[in-house]
Design a protein around this ligand. Structure first.
Ligand code: ADP
Length: 295
């Protein structure tokens, strides 16, 4: 199964070009969609999920023409939006059973088996009798996944799931996702670069409605090999360094700013070569495509 997005464009009525000729080929597995706020990630995902229209372009999932065969797509789609409401005063088991009824699973025995299996998959079986209002953020996200899986989707779209999750919850959530990725096309939108590094076999960076980079994270890192240098500097020197070098990343190390720069040759001046991180790739792409170069 493969999702193919071909030349997709969308301009909102306020003239914002949210998608500009987006083309991506997304195979089974977890595909990381990275980009800063406003890049167009939600617009892209909502369009794939048939929740809004594109102006032009095509999307195909296997033999489904997504933009034309909306109902066919919806039957094989699981969608976990950034925010979703849950009834607080009922348990996960009851609510999931209720959603299963709405999905048309009429046989009581089948439904119980499915609900139990999904609660296990989402790691919520032991807390299935608890009311949802007592659930943590991570448990709610995992419940969201369980409900998104009721129709055994071929395509799962997950919009910024890790926002607000603590590291333990984030890990649990991602373990559930990576198991699913073995047989499902999963699009994971995030602005957390580390998530992509840990989980994704393929990725794209989008900015200002355009794909600036796509490919396999390891290969992408290979392309920056030998071109990233770092130096610890004084905070007051930062502006001058930004004027003289292509500063793609700045972090604090033991309280002092450390900059990463992109350079085709050894810049000297106290810089030392380092292995590029995915974050360097991300910032260098955003740097190249954003008018405002201050990052
Ligand atoms: P992201 O999910 O990457 O943050 P979005 O797809 O939400 O990006 O937004 C892309 C651009 O389109 C932004 O400039 C945003 O302000 C604009 N936008 C999003 N939704 C609408 C809308 N309904 N009407 C007008 N502009 C919108």
């Amino acid at each position: 199964m493969e999702l193919i997005i071909d030349n997709l464009s969308k301009t909102y009525s306020n003239s914002v070009k949210a998608l500009q000729n987006i083309s991506l080929e997304i195979p089974t597995g977890i595909f990381g969609l990275l980009g800063p706020n406003g890049a167009g990630k939600s617009t892209l995902m909502r369009t794939i999920a048939t929740l809004q229209e594109a102006d032009s372009g095509n999307i195909v999932l296997g033999d489904i023409d997504v933009l034309k065969q909306k109902n066919e797509l919806r039957q094989v789609l699981g969608y976990l939006p950034q925010q979703f409401g849950l009834y607080p005063k009922i348990s996960a088991e009851v609510l999931l059973n209720h959603f299963a009824v709405l999905k048309g699973i009429t046989d009581k025995g089948d439904r119980k088996d499915l609900v139990d299996a999904l609660l296990h998959k989402a790691n919520l079986y032991d807390v299935k009798k608890q009311n949802l209002k007592g659930y943590s953020g991570g448990m709610k996200q995992r419940f969201g996944i369980a409900q998104a899986l009721l129709n055994n989707p071929k395509l799962l779209i997950v919009d910024e799931p890790a926002a607000g999750l603590d590291p333990v919850e984030r890990n649990r959530f991602y373990n559930v996702l990576s198991e699913l990725g073995e047989q499902t096309v999963i699009i994971l939108s995030t602005h957390i670069v580390d998530d992509v590094k840990e989980l994704c076999t393929n990725m794209a960076i989008i900015n200002q409605g355009q794909v600036c980079l796509k490919g396999n994270p390891l290969q992408i890192l290979e392309n920056l090999k030998g071109r990233v240098y770092k130096k610890t500097i004084q905070k007051s020197e930062l502006r001058v360094y930004k004027q003289n070098y292509k500063v793609i990343n700045e972090k604090l190390f033991l309280g002092k700013p450390t900059i990463h720069i992109l350079s085709d040759g050894n810049p000297g001046d106290g810089f030392s070569p380092i292995n590029a991180e995915l974050e360097d790739v991300y910032f260098s792409e955003i740097f190249n495509t954003t008018n405002d170069k201050s990052i």
